[in-house]
Design a binder for this molecule. Structure first.
Ligand SMILES: [Zn+2]
Ligand SMILES: [Zn+2]
Length: 411
C-alpha cells in the first residue's frame, strides 16, 4: 500500500510540474501581447499594465461591487469571521474565460458556486478557513488548488485555470521552501563585481525592466508584467492585514508596512534583473519560491494591490516606478540588493564595501521583541516600526543605508 501510494505520488508530482509549466506558458501568452492600456483617470497611481485578467481598475475602485452576475454571486450567512472572495476561471491555453465552471471550496464546510458568462464568481462572507479548491467544467479536466486560505481583510482575488487535456494541481505550500535564501555574505564571496559601472556608478536614473522573467519548476520561463508580478509577491510575502491589527497595528500602519514591502520587493527585483540573479544561468530573473521571493498569482489581495499601486505612476503615458537606490553622491545612482528577511537572527554586524546600503541594523521584532541585527529589511522589525508610526519610506530608510527613492521609467 505504501509502495502504491508512493508511485501515485510520483506520478502526481510529475503532473504537477507539467501543469505548473503549462500555467506559466499560459500566463506568458496571456500577459505578453497586451498593449499598454491608455489610462485617462484623475488618480495617477491606479492603473494596470498589462491589464490583469481577473480584475479591472473599476473593480478595485468599487470594492468589487457587481463583480460577477447575480447567479454567480452568493452570500454565505455566517456568524464567524468572513471575507469577500472573487475569482475567475480561465482556459489555460488561450486565456478565455470559462462560463458555468464549477468552483467547489472544501474546508471545514464546503461551498459550491458556478462561474458566470465572464468566468467570474463572487462568494460574499466566505468563512475564514483553509480550503482545497476543486475547479471543473464540461470539456475540461479537473483542477485542484490546495491549501489556499481565506483570511479576514479586504477582498481576495483568485485566478484559476483549466486545461482540456490535463489535470492541474497546485499546492500553496510548494511556494514556501525550507531552502535558505542567498545572503549578503554569499554575494560578498561570489564573483560579482560590485564596483562595476552598471551597478555602482550611474549618473542618471536607470530604466527598470517592465517585464520580469520568472523561473518555473520545470525550468521554463514565464514573463510577467512588473506590476502584476509585484501584486502577487507582496500578497504572499506578508501576513494578512488582520494578523498585524491583532498585534496592535492600525489599518493605516499595516498599509505603510505593505508599502515598505512593495519597495523592498521592487528593489530586489531590479537587482536580480540587472546585477545578480541566482538563476541567471537559466536566463531567469527570479524563481517563484522563497529562494527569491514568493510569486503565486493564484491568490492576491487588495491591500497588496493598493500598496504596489502607490509605488508606480503614470506620467503622461510614461510609466514610472519608485526604486530604492543607494546614492553615494548627489549625482550618482547605484542599485541595491533589496534583501529582506522574515525576522532577525543575530546575523552579525560586519559591513562590507560591496554593499554599502546593507549595513547591519539594530532591530526589534514585532512578535518576540528581542533586539537583533541583520543586513537588509527585517519584515517583523518593519512591522514593529510601522506600529511605532514609521511610514513605509521611513522603514526603508532605516534598513537600507544612504538610500532614497528614485523615480525610474519602465522599459
Ligand atoms: Zn530563486
Ligand atoms: Zn528584526
Amino acid at each position: 500500500m505504501y509502495y502504491l501510494n508512493t508511485i501515485r505520488n510520483i506520478k502526481r508530482n510529475k503532473k504537477n510540474t507539467f501543469f505548473m509549466l503549462l500555467m506559466a506558458l499560459i500566463l506568458t501568452i496571456l500577459v505578453s501581447p497586451f498593449p499598454v492600456k491608455a489610462i485617462d483617470i484623475e488618480n495617477d497611481y491606479i492603473f494596470f499594465m498589462p491589464e490583469h485578467p481577473a480584475f479591472t481598475q473599476s473593480d478595485v475602485e468599487s470594492n468589487f461591487t457587481n463583480y460577477a452576475e447575480r447567479g454567480a454571486t452568493r452570500e454565505i450567512h455566517t456568524t464567524g469571521f468572513a471575507t469577500n472572495v472573487v475569482g475567475i476561471v480561465l482556459d489555460s491555453v488561450n486565456g478565455e474565460a470559462l462560463p458555468t465552471a464549477t468552483i467547489l471550496a472544501v474546508g471545514s464546510t464546503s461551498i459550491e458556486i458556478f462561474s458566470d458568462a465572464n468566468g467570474k464568481f463572487n462568494i460574499q462572507n466566505m468563512p475564514c478557513d483553509i480550503y482545497n479548491w476543486y475547479i471543473s467544467a464540461d470539456g475540461y479536466r479537473n483542477a485542484e488548488y490546495h491549501n489556499y486560505s481565506i483570511d479576514i481583510g479586504d477582498t481576495i482575488i483568485f485566478t484559476f485555470f483549466l486545461n482540456a487535456h490535463e489535470e492541474i494541481h497546485v499546492n500553496r505550500n510548494d511556494f514556501y521552501r525550507n531552502e535558505r535564501s542567498v545572503l549578503p555574505e554569499d554575494l560578498l564571496h561570489s564573483s560579482i563585481d560590485f564596483n562595476n559601472e552598471v551597478s555602482r556608478n550611474m549618473t542618471s536614473p536607470p530604466i527598470v525592466k517592465a517585464n520580469i522573467r520568472v523561473l518555473n519548476n520545470n525550468n521554463t520561463i514565464t514573463t510577467v508584467g512588473r506590476r502584476d508580478y509585484l501584486y502577487a509577491v507582496v500578497s504572499s510575502e506578508l501576513y494578512t492585514e488582520n494578523w498585524y491589527t491583532q498585534r496592535g497595528l492600525s489599518s493605516a500602519q499595516v498599509q505603510q508596512l505593505y508599502r515598505a514591502q512593495a519597495l523592498a520587493a521592487n528593489a530586489f527585483t531590479e537587482y536580480a534583473c540587472k546585477v545578480y540573479s541566482p538563476h541567471s544561468a537559466l536566463t531567469a530573473d527570479v524563481c517563484r519560491t522563497t529562494c527569491c521571493q514568493v510569486y503565486d498569482p493564484t491568490k492576491i489581495t487588495t491591500i497588496a494591490i493598493n500598496a504596489v499601486n502607490t509605488i508606480f505612476e503614470n506620467n503622461g503615458g510614461t510609466w514610472n516606478t519608485a526604486l530604492v537606490m543607494h546614492r553615494p553622491t548627489n549625482s550618482t545612482y547605484a542599485y541595491i540588493w533589496g534583501a529582506y528577511f522574515s525576522s532577525c537572527g543575530n546575523q552579525g554586524t560586519l559591513a562590507h564595501a560591496g554593499q554599502p546600503a546593507l549595513l547591519a541594523k539594530i532591530c526589534t521584532d514585532l512578535t518576540n521583541g528581542v533586539g537583533g541585527h541583520r543586513k537588509g529589511l527585517c519584515q517583523m522589525g518593519a512591522a514593529e516600526r510601522a506600529k511605532n508610526g514609521n511610514t513605509g519610506v521611513q522603514i526603508i530608510n532605516h534598513y537600507y543605508t544612504n538610500c532614497s527613492l528614485v523615480t525610474c521609467t519602465l522599459g
